[in-house]
Structure formats: structure tokens, C-alpha cells
Design a protein around this ligand. Structure first.
Ligand code: C2E
Ligand code: MG
Ligand code: MG
Ligand code: MG
Length: 282
């Protein structure tokens, strides 16, 4: 009896695993066609000056509007795309879509910066420089307004390679930002050597900034470091006024977070942009 019960349990687990694997294959197949079916969407989250709350730039964040499952977060499909290589066409699509959109805002007189996330495979692709050059050419987007965001761990994986790429991007006029800063391990001497324009302090340090002295000290240190190395510092995931007050009093330049705005579809972002003479938080 016990043996039979065990067998049933195993069969149950087996089926579960099977359906998980099938689920994954189905998702992967659907993702393959997501671009042509127009299911991918770029959302835009403003980056604002901490003191003036004026929008200085925007981060492009992908979403997948799946026909049956609804909106799927990048956390749930970017890793999949990274594994099967689809990240390359998807990444180029994001870059092209966002450059086209932000170029339109430039034409309306809003000269904001655009940040686009690059995963490990995208950053390490053979023709990164050529891909970016081609998209800039096709869209007419000015290189000086483009920032490539790459996480600290990806940037530090192969530093010699990173130095080479970063110098190529710099020669084109494209800036580089280190995303999720503090979650990987950067050697300070590399940080000094690399042509990096910006550090984005990871959300996990910002969360308890007002209650956790260690987090407060880390954030303060990164702000000071940025000043010394002449890098722009952006705090990620700012959700409360007291977090913003901390950042202001420690002279952090810029912030992103739900306090100011969550990521928005282009039409909603445009409304925010055109009404942002002075920000919405007083
Ligand atoms: P990330 O680049 O660090 O983006 C910041 C994430 O934090 C976004 O999640 C954003 O919606 C979220 N966020 C912003 N402000 C707040 C806040 O105040 N509170 C909280 N709780 N969250 C906040 P999202 O859009 O789900 O993206 C997750 C990650 O997926 C991104 O992290 C990035 O690593 C990746 N990703 C998104 N779009 C792309 C893309 O086009 N290409 C690649 N390669 N990766 C992407
Ligand atoms: Mg990012
Ligand atoms: Mg980030
Ligand atoms: Mg982050």
C-alpha cells in the first residue's frame, strides 16, 4: 500500500515536472513569434533629477503581452531568451523601438536621454558596436542621448573585453551605465579605469535607506564615489518621500522609482513628459 502510494506520488511529481517542461517549450515557441505578432511592448520609466524632479531621461523596459497569459514580466522571459539566443533579435527590437519613440519626443522638443538594458549575451555579442551603429543610423537617433545599461556582474565578468567595448562605445558617443550597482563585485581600480558614465544603486540598498544604517552608509559611499570618479549616480526603486529626502540630503543626482512614476506605455509617458515642467512631487 505504502509502495503504491509512493509510486503515485512519484507519478504526480513526474507529471508536474513534465508539464513544467512542456510549459517552458510552449513559452519558448510563443516567444519565437512574439516579435512578428506584435506582442512585445516597450514601457518607459522616467529618470528624474532628485532636486528639481525634472525628467532627464527614460529607461526602456520590455513587456510581453501574451495572447492567453496576458502581460508577462521581463523577469519571466528574458532569462529564457538569454538561454536560447532570442535575446539578440529581441534586444535589437527594443533598441530600435525605443530609439524611434524617443527620437519622436526629441522632434517635439523634449531632449531626454534613453537608457536600454543589455543582458550578458547582448553585451558580449560579436557585433555589438555594428548593431548599435546600424540602429542609430536607421532611426536617426543621436548617439549622445543613448546609454547602454549593463549589470555590474556582466561588466566585471571579463574586464579586458569590457574595456575594449566601452572604449568603442565611447568613441561612438554612447554612454554606459552600471545597473544594479552593489550587487556584484567591482574592483575599485577597474571602476576608475573603465569609461563609465553612471552607476545605478540597486533597489535593495535603497529600500531600507532610512531605517538600516548599513544600507544608508553604502548608499552614501556610492554617492561620494560617484562624485570622485565624475559619474552620475541614480538611485533605483525610490518609493517613499523619506527615501527621496535622504537622497537629496546626501546629494544624489538622480532617481527612478514608483514615487515619481512606474514604467508607462509610450502614450502615458508622453502625457507625463509634456506636463513635467516641474515634477509632480512637491
Ligand atoms: P532593471 O534594469 O534593474 O530595471 C528596474 C526594474 O525595477 C524594472 O522592473 C522596474 O519596473 C522596477 N522598478 C522601478 N522602480 C521601482 C520601484 O520603485 N519599486 C519597485 N519594487 N520596482 C521598481 P522590470 O520592468 O520588471 O524589469 C526587470 C528587469 O528585467 C530589469 O531590471 C532588467 O534587468 C530586465 N529587463 C527589462 N527590460 C529589458 C530589456 O529590454 N532587455 C534586457 N536585456 N533586459 C531587460
Ligand atoms: Mg536597468
Ligand atoms: Mg536596475
Ligand atoms: Mg535592479
Amino acid at each position: 500500500r505504502a509502495a503504491e502510494q509512493n509510486r503515485n506520488i512519484y507519478r504526480f511529481y513526474d507529471q508536474q515536472m513534465n508539464s513544467k517542461a512542456l510549459d517552458r517549450i510552449a513559452l519558448e515557441n510563443a516567444l519565437r513569434y512574439a516579435i512578428e505578432r506584435n506582442e512585445l511592448i516597450v514601457y518607459y520609466q522616467p529618470k528624474v533629477n532628485c532636486n528639481t524632479e525634472v525628467i532627464s531621461g527614460v529607461e526602456a523596459l520590455i513587456r510581453w503581452n501574451h495572447s492567453e497569459r496576458g502581460m508577462i514580466s521581463p523577469i519571466d522571459f528574458i532569462p529564457l531568451a538569454e538561454e536560447n539566443g532570442l535575446i539578440l533579435p529581441i534586444g535589437e527590437w527594443v533598441l530600435k523601438t525605443a530609439c524611434t519613440q524617443v527620437k519622436e519626443w526629441h522632434n517635439q522638443g523634449y531632449k531626454i536621454h534613453l537608457s536600454v538594458n543589455f543582458s550578458a549575451k547582448q553585451f558580449q555579442q560579436d557585433h555589438l558596436k555594428e548593431t548599435i551603429e546600424r540602429v542609430l543610423q536607421e532611426t536617426g537617433f543621436q548617439a549622445q542621448f543613448l546609454t547602454v545599461e549593463v549589470t555590474e556582474s556582466v561588466a566585471m565578468e571579463n574586464v579586458n573585453f569590457t574595456i575594449k567595448i566601452l572604449n568603442e562605445l565611447k568613441a561612438m558617443g554612447v554612454k554606459v551605465s552600471i545597473d544594479d550597482f552593489g550587487t556584484g563585485y567591482s574592483s575599485l581600480s577597474y571602476l576608475k579605469k573603465l569609461p563609465i558614465s553612471e552607476l545605478k544603486i540597486d533597489r535593495s540598498f535603497v529600500r531600507d535607506i532610512t531605517t538600516d544604517q548599513d544600507d544608508a552608509a553604502i548608499v552614501d559611499m556610492v554617492i561620494v564615489l560617484g562624485k570622485t570618479l565624475k559619474m552620475n549616480i541614480v538611485a533605483e526603486g525610490v518609493e517613499t518621500v523619506s527615501q527621496l529626502e535622504f537622497l537629496k540630503s546626501h546629494h544624489c543626482q538622480e532617481m527612478q522609482g514608483f514615487l515619481f512614476s512606474k514604467p508607462l506605455p509610450s502614450n502615458e509617458f508622453e502625457i507625463l513628459l509634456t506636463s513635467n515642467i516641474k515634477g509632480v512631487i512637491l
